[in-house]
Design a binder for this molecule. Structure first.
Ligand SMILES: *Cc1c(COP(=O)(O)O)cnc(C)c1O
Length: 407
């Protein structure tokens, strides 16, 4: 094979834009050039009409009203708007926010900023599967608590939280419930009103739409939720997010929502079979493979596996010219840090560094999964063949008892 095909198993980083989405967007670059805020001529009306259709498609996917959809530039901005916007709006009521250690950086870094602005933030632990403890959550709520922020599904492990149970606790104590649902929307049913979520962030480019567009759902009735705008200007989006709407991208996200609504179930059924095959065959071909996450509550397209005694970044180098996946290590300026999500699950540095996240998608084929199984099997075996640690492990030496020299 001179030029093997490239296989994309990194859909949690971003999904390809569905060709049907691209097609829907195209007229809005040239043929319909209007600004959706231009209320006084047909070009503006056409743009506004297109935005209104998209708003309806997105509202329909998540079971909310069109007026509850606030367009942003993506999930990062929606997370920032929800957290900082609620903090500013409700700070006379209280300054305490509860979130979880395994949240996305868009939530954690917003919380860190809120702490600098005088807020207090509790970061809950998770169990080995990545689920938070409901009793710990309830015990953390106090008089000053204004918001609980829990992601619907985790981007690294695919673990899904018990959203209804968390919503019930928030309701009982009268605190707002916000969710970063970026990894769940369009792939599993995510109806915020059914589980008591009052604010929900998600993005176009993780649901086969374009990059650079996202949504914050803000509940309008019972309770009427308000957030302080973080971007000021023309008062767009009911004053919560100013800025000229990105009409082509919004049209694309709307189309992506309509496709997701129609095809979500069949997509999930097909892709979870491929995911299970990948998992089963890798575990059959190789020793010492560990699943990270919650096998009973997880996204249909994700698996996170640790290949013990194999360093994930090195493993990726054996095939990453052809296959895209993610590893459980994050490159910081000076070193390779183990994923904070996997550490929060209780993995040691070694298992965290040896983890690989496979995220399949709508366009993943069985042939690609077969090629990935072959490449991973070969790569892991090759690295273990070269590894003195693996040799010691095979000889039955208790590696935890070995005293490694510091020098
Ligand atoms: C990708 C992602 C984000 C960031 O979304 P952008 O639209 O790229 O800003 C936030 N949260 C989660 C869980 C994500 O997976």
């Amino acid at each position: 094979m001179a030029n093997p095909r490239k296989i994309y198993l990194d859909n949690n980083s971003t999904t390809p834009c569905d060709p049907r989405v691209v097609e829907a967007m195209l007229p809005y670059f040239y043929e319909v050039p209007g600004n959706a805020a231009s209320r006084n001529h047909p070009f503006g009306w056409a743009a506004e009409e297109a935005v209104s259709v998209a708003r309806e498609q997105i509202a329909d996917l998540i079971g909310v009203e069109e007026k509850e959809i606030i367009f942003t530039s993506g999930a990062t901005e929606a997370d920032n708007l929800a957290l900082k916007g609620v903090f500013e709006m409700y700070k006379r009521k209280g300054n305490h926010i509860i979130t979880v250690k395994t949240e996305h950086k868009a939530v954690l870094d917003s919380c860190a900023k809120i702490e600098k602005m005088g807020g207090e933030v509790t970061y809950l632990d998770v169990d080995r599967k990545g689920r938070l403890n409901l009793e710990e959550l309830e015990a953390a709520i106090k008089d000053t608590t204004i918001l609980v922020s829990v992601m619907w599904a985790n981007n690294e492990t695919g673990t899904i939280q018990d959203m209804k149970a968390i919503g019930d606790i928030c309701e009982k104590h009268g605190v707002l419930f916000m969710s970063d649902a970026t990894q769940a929307v369009g792939k599993i049913k995510t109806h915020p009103k059914e589980v008591g979520v009052h604010l929900m962030a998600f993005t176009g480019h993780k649901m086969y739409g374009p990059k650079g567009v996202g949504v914050l759902f803000v509940n309008r009735k019972k309770p009427r939720v308000k957030v302080t705008a973080q971007i000021d200007g023309g008062g767009h989006e009911r004053g919560m997010r100013s800025g000229t709407l990105n009409v082509p991208a919004i049209v694309g996200m709307g189309k992506a929502a309509a496709i997701a609504k129609a095809e979500m179930e069949q997509d999930a059924a097909r892709v979870s079979k491929l995911r299970d095959k990948l998992e089963k065959e890798l575990s059959a071909n190789l020793e010492e493979v560990y699943l990270n996450g919650d096998i009973d509550n997880r996204m249909p397209h994700v698996t996170n596996l640790s290949f013990k005694h194999v360093e994930g970044e090195g493993l990726m180098m054996t095939f990453n010219e052809n296959i895209a996946v993610s590893s459980g290590s994050a490159c910081t300026s000076a070193s390779l840090e183990p994923s904070y999500v996997l550490i929060a699950l209780g993995l040691g540095d070694d298992l965290a560094h040896s983890s690989i996240r496979f995220s399949l998608g709508r366009f993943t084929t069985e042939e690609e999964v077969d090629l990935a199984i072959a490449a991973l099997t070969k790569g892991v075996s090759h690295m273990r063949d070269l590894s003195p640690i693996w040799e010691m492990y095979k000889e039955g030496i208790d590696l935890d008892a070995v005293e490694w020299s510091e020098h």
